[in-house]
Ligand binder design. Structure first.
Ligand code: SAH
Ligand code: ZN
Length: 406
């Protein structure tokens, strides 16, 4: 782990602390039963903002080799994400791709997005460091390089694979510490008329909906449109279109290229950021106060339910769930177990809180009175899937922006 002494975008040394979430284990470091007795390392989790350019970021960087070589998140586990990526691929193909086309995806995970392109007209290449996840993508026929994307790899690919008509990067730009290297790599690999398209959670949604649980060591940056523009401008690339999309609690999809006139969407969101007060530290301080209120309200609600003899489980052994559990001090004495669709997590225990992870069918079989929805970003999908449990009286607690029972 290294402590950052400079802003990841503007290199200013002036990083101001906004919210200290304490020492936390790595959010995806699920434990086997035999590991429960062993001490597990904690790393400071501190959300900061750059006093110079306003970019929100963590104060430390955990080595990517530790975080990403073996990775438990699979994009294809959620129907919501699979459908979102299918529409995403169609949209990109229609708007930007020549025929034939060449598409590279950074952080391609299990290949869910690349598979949605028409393989007869589009040559696709994934770049994904998680070896266990690459194995899954390859069995699905998606050619994948098992490396971290950086400038060196980008230059090598530009000569071996050729330059890309589209480079896509979803939920991975925030994971990269060396942002300058990333954008130099994108610049080198992108065909002259190519587009770089990226999606990542929007910092305004994080602040507004009090999604403090999306803060964990994998997420080094929390972007605004303004910060993203500033980053791409470093290599002469322009952010020419942006969309606000619903996934993961509210995300931005940015479109970046060379010599394309900016569309009205860009000015509109820049204005919104200004009006929100995103560029002042007051909006960040207000968020930190709300995060503490949310924690206190959730702890009080769960304590009342326990005192009344109710049984409580959790839904979604998500990385974000672990930030919430560890910040709120919720452990196996409060949540008996957590269910999750992902077979890579079932049978393991949550880091820090040591709560066992079971399969989703457990809820209906066991019928705890309450279930804390840790994966609130998939609320619609999960509530639909658990219709029967709910019909029989099971209730869900949605923690954000303030805990509510449905
Ligand atoms: N794009 C997918 C997966 C996001 S999870 C989606 O949106 O659902 C982040 C992924 O990025 C993980 O699979 C992780 O292994 C990968 N990753 C992390 N750092 C990377 C890097 N430098 N280059 C390429 N992939 C990276
Ligand atoms: Zn800065």
């Amino acid at each position: 782990m290294i402590k950052r002494s400079q802003c990841r975008i503007c290199a200013s040394p002036d990083l101001e602390a906004v919210l200290d979430l304490g020492e936390q284990p790595l959010a995806n470091a699920f434990l086997a039963r035999a590991e429960l007795g062993q001490p597990s390392p904690g790393y400071p989790l501190e959300f900061c903002r750059c006093a110079n350019c306003g970019h929100a970021q963590l104060s430390v960087t955990v080595a990517p080799e530790v975080l990403f070589r073996n990775y438990p998140y699979l994009s294809g586990t959620s129907e919501t994400i699979a459908a979102h990526f299918a529409a995403y691929a169609r949209d990109l193909a229609e708007r930007f791709l020549p025929q034939p086309a060449c598409v590279v995806e950074i952080g391609s995970n299990d290949g869910t997005l690349l598979r949605a392109f028409d393989q007869r007209t589009t040559r696709v290449l994934g770049i994904e460091p998680a070896r266990n996840v690459v194995a899954i993508a390859r069995t699905r026929g998606i050619e994948t390089v098992d490396e971290f994307f950086d400038e060196r790899l980008a230059r090598a690919l530009a000569s071996s694979f050729g330059r890309a008509d589209a480079i896509i990067a979803n939920n991975v730009v925030p994971h990269i510490d060396d942002l300058a290297g990333l954008v130099r790599g994108v610049e080198a690999l992108l065909a002259p008329t190519g587009v770089f398209v990226a999606e990542f959670p929007y910092v305004i949604d994080l602040l507004e909906q009090v999604e403090y649980d999306t803060i964990y060591h994998e997420h080094l940056s929390y972007f605004s449109v303004r910060a993203a523009m500033r980053l791409f401008a470093q290599v002469g690339l322009g952010l020419f279109d942006v969309r606000h999309v619903e996934v993961h609690g509210g995300s931005l999809r940015v479109f970046v290229g060379r010599d394309r006139p900016p569309q009205a969407s860009v000015a509109r969101l820049l204005r919104l950021e200004e009006e929100f007060g995103l560029h002042s530290s007051a909006s960040f301080r207000a968020f930190a106060a709300k995060a503490r209120q949310q924690r206190d309200a959730l702890r009080a609600l769960l304590a009342d339910l326990k005192a009344a003899g109710e049984r409580i489980a959790g839904y979604g052994a998500a990385a974000k769930g672990n930030t919430l559990l560890n910040f709120c001090g919720i452990d196996a004495s409060v949540l008996e177990y957590i269910v999750d669709l992902n077979p890579l997590k079932q049978g393991l225990y949550t880091p820090g809180s040591h709560i066992p992870v079971r399969e989703p069918q457990a809820l209906l079989a066991d019928r705890p009175e309450y279930t804390l929805l840790l994966a609130w970003n998939f609320a619609d999908e999960i509530l639909r899937q658990q219709e029967e449990y709910r019909r029989l009286g099971g209730r869900f607690i949605i923690p954000i922006p303030l805990p509510s029972v449905v």
